[in-house]
Design a protein around this ligand. Sequence first.
Ligand code: C5P
Length: 227
Amino acid sequence: MEYVAIVPAAGSGRRMGASKNKLLLSIFGKPLFIYSLQVFEEDPLCKGIVLVVNEKDRREMEEALRLYRIKKVQALVRGGKERQHSVYEGLKAVKEASAVVIHDGARPFVERKQIEDLLSAVEKHEAAVLAVPVKDTVKRAEGGFILETLERSSLWMIQTPQAFTYPLILEAHRKAERDGFLGTDDASLVERMGKKVALVPGNYDNIKITTAEDLYFSEAIVKKRKL
Ligand code: C5P
């Protein structure tokens, strides 16, 4: 199934403690967001990439796209206040697509096989996300004390990419905006429309770069995969 990739990259380096957008930090000399784009650049089913950026990063990102020969970027769209707003801006910039794959610029290590698995699930179910089982025990807490222990066997950590038929995810974002709903991922906007979202087993090394120690894990993954 052919698709357009939407890559939100308009965040900051706040939780990283970095003075600039964490996606412009380098691993072995290559900016993080370039790793995230290369999988789409090399996938023949990807017909274009919409990259969502901060105005202040635009020049540096454009230069990196040229340097690393990322040619599929159709548009560099200006991001919004929260991730959800940035994705919505990206979706509105898509000219034509039957399916979209939404992938955080902050997850540099997703592999082609996982994208293929997601798209197979979208053909059947219209909406699908990558997920891995929770490894730790998860509890709900308030004011420093535990309220309850959640049943681990039904808990999943949800990653990106998340893939959808284009009309469905566009409608989900429109509705969320109308209702003033803010979710932490795109699937939650589809869930609240009463639609089922398929879980596709992913890999633990599809990490999201959030805090400083994630950069050490990233170096290990780049070395192991010889990226
Ligand atoms: O901050 P966090 O890593 O959870 O953000 C997830 C992704 O969303 C990142 O790739 C980040 O660049 C992007 N983002 C965005 N616009 C925002 C906030 C985050 O594109 N306003």
